[in-house]
Design a protein around this ligand. Structure first.
Ligand SMILES: NC(=O)c1ccc[n+]([C@@H]2O[C@H](COP(=O)([O-])OP(=O)(O)OC[C@H]3O[C@@H](n4cnc5c(N)ncnc54)[C@H](OP(=O)(O)O)[C@@H]3O)[C@@H](O)[C@H]2O)c1
Length: 338
């Protein structure tokens, strides 16, 4: 089988290699992958920012979708032909996160290979069923970005109809956040650096939009839109460069889901955080139980992930460079086979 391996950091060092197709062991399932999706984490892993101590060679990427090609002894949950996605952290089935569970994240340069390969074996508990109405390409967008947005809004935020949700930028996590917030009946304020992308965000359900390049004080724009009250929830993907403005834009007692590190510059003074009694929750993707709950909502509402562009398996380097350019709206996908 073909697999991508990284022997040293750098997009151009990502190489296609030949490997033996693994055989499923006890309680394991062999997956034949049909599609993968990119997350910002994959770009960071490949260029050395995510895990400087990665154990080479690394098979990158956490998100894939495929079909069960064979089952090992003891498997009772799956049969050949079932359409599945591996979950992001293989040992996080349910309950809270522990450091042991977090070490089982796929494709992070640790002990667990990523999915960027034709076949892989996984414990039968480390998989979820693909929603019926989704193609493999659509399903491949779910394990990291969608589960993260779900955890931020449905689990940590418990968003209810009428709440106001602020999303930042129009990447994978934020677009899923817009889609879920719409599903929950929330008012959505979306930001982006591009007027064109903001038009698309409005088509998806954002009620108000702010261009954060045109208005560097986008937090003030958000306060103006909410009659100085602030939003109930912030989907914070910017990191240190956006955190202070996020705290400014949230209401007293509001909720910030701390997700991303897209920026590294900037200061953050916690005073307003405590004076406003803001609830800040770090989010690390989510469990299988969250993924399964989310898939119920995706299925009942026939929600379709927003795919910006699909690349061929031989074009993974181009796909990563496209993500690096920041031109995308929603998810970037890699297809394997015809
Ligand atoms: N904690 C977790 O479990 C978890 C899970 C998934 C992702 N993440 C993190 O969340 C972040 C987003 O990931 P992703 O995969 O969705 O990335 P992505 O698809 O590459 O999204 C990037 C987009 O973010 C926007 N952006 C960049 N700088 C910004 C800024 N200063 N303010 C507001 N928006 C900005 C841009 O949107 P516009 O072009 O519209 O301006 C850009 O296109 C990354 O830091 C990633 O590592 C964390």
């Amino acid at each position: 089988m073909k697999a991508y391996e990284l022997q040293q950091f750098g997009i151009d060092n990502l190489t296609l290699v030949e490997k033996e197709i693994p055989q499923p062991g006890f309680n394991e399932v062999l997956i034949k992958f049909h599609a993968f999706s990119l997350n910002y984490r994959d770009l960071m892993l490949v260029d050395g920012r995510y895990n400087p101590r990665a154990k080479f060679p690394v098979i990158p990427f956490s998100d894939g979708a495929g079909e069960v090609a064979a089952i090992g002894e003891g498997v009772s949950k799956w049969k050949v032909g079932d359409r599945v996605c591996p979950i992001f952290m293989q040992a996080w089935g349910e309950g809270g996160l522990t450091s042991e569970k977090s070490k089982t994240a796929l494709g992070g340069g640790g002990d667990w290979d990523g999915v960027l390969r034709e076949f892989g074996t996984f414990n039968e508990q480390g998989l979820v069923k693909v929603p019926e109405h989704l193609s493999f390409e659509e399903a491949a967008t779910l394990p990291c970005a969608a589960v993260t947005a779900w955890n931020a809004l449905a689990v940590s935020g418990r968003v209810k109809a009428g709440d106001t949700v602020l999303t930042q930028g129009t990447g994978g996590v934020s677009i899923f956040a817009i889609q879920f917030a719409k599903l929950f009946g929330a008012r959505i304020i979306a930001t982006s650096s591009s007027h064109e992308k903001l038009d698309k965000a409005r088509e998806l359900g954002a009620r108000e939009t702010v261009n954060y390049k045109a208005r560097e004080d986008w937090d003030k724009a958000v306060l103006e839109l909410t009659g100085k009250r602030g939003v109930d929830h912030v989907v914070e993907v910017g990191g240190t460069g956006t955190m202070a403005r996020s705290v400014n834009a949230v209401r007293a007692g509001g909720h910030i889901a701390v997700i991303g590190v897209l920026t590294t510059s900037g200061d953050f003074n916690p005073i307003s955080l405590l004076m406003k009694a803001v609830k800040m929750q770090g989010i690390f993707v989510g469990s299988r139980a969250m993924f399964e709950d989310m898939n119920k909502a995706v299925e009942v509402n026939k929600l379709k992930p927003v795919i910006d562009k699909v690349f061929a398996f031989g074009e993974v380097r181009e796909a990563l460079k496209y993500m690096e350019s920041g031109s995308h709206f929603g998810k970037i996908v890699v297809r394997i086979g015809d």
